[in-house]
Design a binder for this molecule. Structure first.
Ligand code: SF4
Length: 366
């Protein structure tokens, strides 16, 4: 008796959920065909190379910010062969300003792998796509659905937000449990008959209607059945467990100049901005070796302290930088390596993190 009651309840629950799922996907696709006016150059794209490129650029980047980079990359490297053959420095230069440089490294690595191991043809299954460096579940689902119409739902921040509000799902999204719950929910509501349209619709709805702040519920096709909206709790969702701890770091940059040359060095160690260039850096208090150099009149012609300050926020770090300018009469042993002396006019040939780019923009005639 108990078993059959459970079975009936389960069947009823399943029936209710199925109906809710149906309504969700229907409303979403109706909005997409009638009112989704978001225009982006990679929408409706079927070329997996272009889809992959746009998705890598858009990881941790707003579409408006990523758009000019996508246009630049596609015009310079129209095919994966062009990108694979490009020199690393050139690709990094084009990427400059987007941040998260590991993405750029993976981009080039994967382009070369596609050419070397896949004869320039992108893998055509979700599982094979996942083997590419820099391609996670979200990107694999996007390429699989947009390029090949395969039934894989995308799950990103926009999707979490829409689902958590629509179902008033209380599990915090930034927990392993949240990942499980929302992945299951995303798969249940997914319209496997229209994977590309569905995925595009939910991403766009999250970006332009069900926005993080000031969601446009009055214009939303999902509002009739949206639990958060109908209980006036839109701002309560999605739930998050706690904020990420941010580590604060202090960088002192010394811009060493000798005649028309400036000293720069590459960040080769595993840390932020790996492979990018910077000026001579001291993290924390300035080292003794530099203090005695700065006081030595036979080397130093001009020393302008703290001429520029910049604060750059990364996901887990806040980097506060100070810049000082040191014009040298001659080059001391300390600055004979490991960095390089380049002509100031060549500085724009190198890739720098946003902090250094801001200095160069602010003080162009250093
Ligand atoms: S009604 Fe509001 S909260 Fe609900 S899905 Fe639409 S925009 Fe989001």
């Amino acid at each position: 008796m108990a078993t059959s009651a459970v079975a009936i309840i389960f069947a009823q629950k399943k029936g209710i959920l199925y109906m809710a799922v149906s309504v969700f996907a229907q409303s979403l696709l109706q909005w997409h065909s009638e009112s989704n006016s978001r225009i982006l150059p990679w929408k409706e794209e079927k070329d997996p190379y272009k889809i992959w490129l746009s998705e890598i650029i858009l990881q941790q980047t707003r579409a408006e910010q990523g758009l000019p980079y996508y246009v630049k990359f596609i015009s310079k490297y129209p095919t994966v062969f062009d990108l694979a053959a490009a020199p690393e420095g050139e690709v990094f230069k084009l990427w400059q300003g987007l941040g998260y440089y590991a993405r750029c490294r993976n981009l080039l690595f994967t382009a070369r792998a596609i050419v070397a191991q896949w004869q320039g043809v992108f893998p055509q299954t979700y599982t094979e796509l996942l083997t590419l460096k820099g391609v996670g579940e979200y990107t694999a689902a996007a390429i699989a659905s947009f390029a090949y119409d395969l039934p894989h739902p995308v799950i990103d921040g926009n999707v979490y937000r829409v689902l958590s509000r629509y179902f008033a799902e209380p599990t915090p999204i930034n927990t392993p449990e949240g990942k499980k719950v929302f992945t299951a929910l995303a798969n249940k509501v997914f319209d496997a008959q229209h994977p590309a349209a569905y995925n595009q619709a939910i991403m766009d709805l999250g970006a332009v209607v069900c926005k993080p702040k000031q969601a446009l519920c009055n214009l939303c096709y999902l509002s009739d059945h949206c639990k958060a909206f109908n209980t006036d709790q839109v701002d309560q969702y999605p739930l998050k467990l706690q904020k990420i701890k941010v580590k604060e770091r202090f960088f002192s940059y010394y811009v060493f100049l000798h005649k028309d040359q400036v000293y720069i060095q590459q960040r080769t160690h595993k840390d932020v901005w790996q492979d990018l260039y910077e000026f001579w850096l001291s993290e924390g208090p300035a080292p003794a070796a530099l203090s005695s150099l700065l006081a030595d009149e036979q080397f130093v012609l001009e020393y302008r302290q703290n001429i520029f300050h910049y604060k750059q926020r990364l996901t887990h770090q806040l980097i506060r930088s100070d810049f000082s300018l040191v014009r040298l009469k001659r080059i001391p042993a300390l600055l004979k390596g490991p960095g390089i002396w380049i002509n100031k006019s060549e500085i724009h040939d190198y890739s720098f993190p946003k902090t250094i780019v801001s200095f160069l923009e602010e003080i162009p005639y250093f």
